[in-house]
Design a protein around this ligand. Structure first.
Ligand SMILES: [Zn+2]
Length: 397
């Protein structure tokens, strides 16, 4: 993934530009507020070595099977001894997020809650492609949606729907659910003076009209499920129609792919599940956002979900960094069995203990959780057959 080089890193042109624009003080303040062990630990399962003087984990920059990545808290640096990727906190973000120095600095400043000084002498971003600005727009939208779900009269049917599904206010708050009212310019109107229409569109929140000038909101009259990256920043949304909606658009759809939202790489609820996955060394993967939320609410917290598509290799690679064992949960209906067969054939080659849990026919994971007490459910997940056995059973059935 990253260029293999033995030479010391030469500062990128963008880096010297930044030094001129954003002061060295700012850069050093961000560095001082960033602990490299916790930063790397957000995306890699690290274990202490040499009495805590080093931490080791699977390198995210090459296909690593033996932990080759070392993190040195003393020097606040990291290095992979196989692909030779290494450096400080800024290098780590540049390499893992595929961004240039300035964006890495802004990402870490946001993470450390240090206000970013206004950039001067830099041409105004007009393309809206600036990642930090996109992240800011998505975060702003998340707050707007949340506020609407809580307070708007128009959101009453959405609140009713979520209560019917059995979600407590705590779960709704934890997953930052929201609502977009039935108004095609609701977001466009509220963004004035804050974000340009181009920025909102680049962030997957609005679309440009095809029949004339102007933009319209992408999600309308939907319950909004924010999707967070591994750092817990919202990067996109899934929108679900309310029961009885006859608008004819899909029941669920996600933000369009953009500079911060990569459907095939993101894993829903990983930010909430990460600690439990590390603890149990097991990740349970479900197909729906609401099923995943129900599991968390029921106290089974090592559960994540795919983004409405079959599990991708990149998602498995991400999950594998925290879990030794991955349990895929599928519905017991025909579509579910077909989906699990596909996943199995694709991932038998991956170096991961993959298990399949097929639910009794006609039961979705939420019903399954209702029907079984938590402990029984945990045991079933624990005893889920190995993917290979499942293959054999399907073939011989
Ligand atoms: Zn490596």
């Amino acid at each position: 993934m990253s260029a293999v080089t033995q030479e010391p890193r030469i500062p990128l042109p963008s880096e010297s530009l930044v030094s001129a624009e954003l002061s060295i003080d700012f850069k050093e303040a961000v560095r001082a507020q960033t602990d490299i062990v916790s930063l790397v630990g957000e995306t890699v399962r690290l274990s202490a070595a040499r009495g805590g003087r080093e931490f080791v984990g699977l390198c995210p920059f090459h296909d690593d099977h033996n932990p080759s990545m070392r993190v040195y808290p003393g020097q606040q640096t990291f290095r992979c001894w196989v692909c030779n990727t290494g450096g400080d906190c800024f290098t780590f973000v540049m390499e893992s997020e595929h961004v240039e120095f300035r964006e890495a600095l802004e990402i870490l400043a946001q993470r450390a809650k240090i206000p970013i000084p206004q950039r001067s002498g830099r041409p105004q971003e007009s393309s809206g492609q600036d990642k930090a600005k996109l992240l800011e727009a998505v975060l702003w939208a998340q707050g707007l949606f949340e506020n609407s779900l809580r307070n708007d009269e128009a959101a009453a049917p959405a609140r009713h729907y979520l209560a019917e599904r059995g979600f407590t206010p705590e779960t709704i708050a934890q997953f930052r659910l929201g609502f977009h009212p039935n108004d095609w310019s609701w977001m466009v109107d509220r963004a004035r003076g804050r974000f340009t229409p181009q920025q909102l569109t680049a962030a997957g929140l609005t679309k440009q009209r095809e029949d004339g000038p102007g933009h319209f909101d992408y999600f309308v009259n939907r319950v909004m499920f924010p999707i967070h990256n591994e750092r817990g920043q919202p990067v996109g949304f899934g929108g679900r129609v309310l029961p009885g909606d006859t608008s004819g658009f899909g029941k669920y759809f996600n933000s369009t792919e953009n500079a911060v939202f990569h459907k095939s790489r993101l894993v829903y609820a990983l930010n909430h599940a990460r600690d439990a996955i590390k603890e149990t060394e097991t990740a349970v993967v479900m197909e729906g956002y609401t099923d995943c939320m129900s599991s968390h609410q029921a106290g089974i917290r090592n559960v994540v979900a795919t983004l409405g598509t079959a599990l991708t290799e990149m998602q498995v690679t991400t999950i594998k960094r925290f879990a030794r064992k991955v349990v895929l949960v599928y519905d017991g209906d025909k579509a579910g069995i077909e989906a699990s067969e596909k996943a199995v054939s694709r991932f038998l080659a991956q170096d991961v203990d993959l298990r399949i849990l097929t639910l009794p026919e006609g039961q979705d994971p939420a019903e399954f959780l209702d029907a079984h007490r938590q402990t029984v459910c945990r045991k079933l997940i624990h005893r889920a057959p190995e993917a290979f056995d499942f293959c054999v059973r399907c073939v011989s059935a």
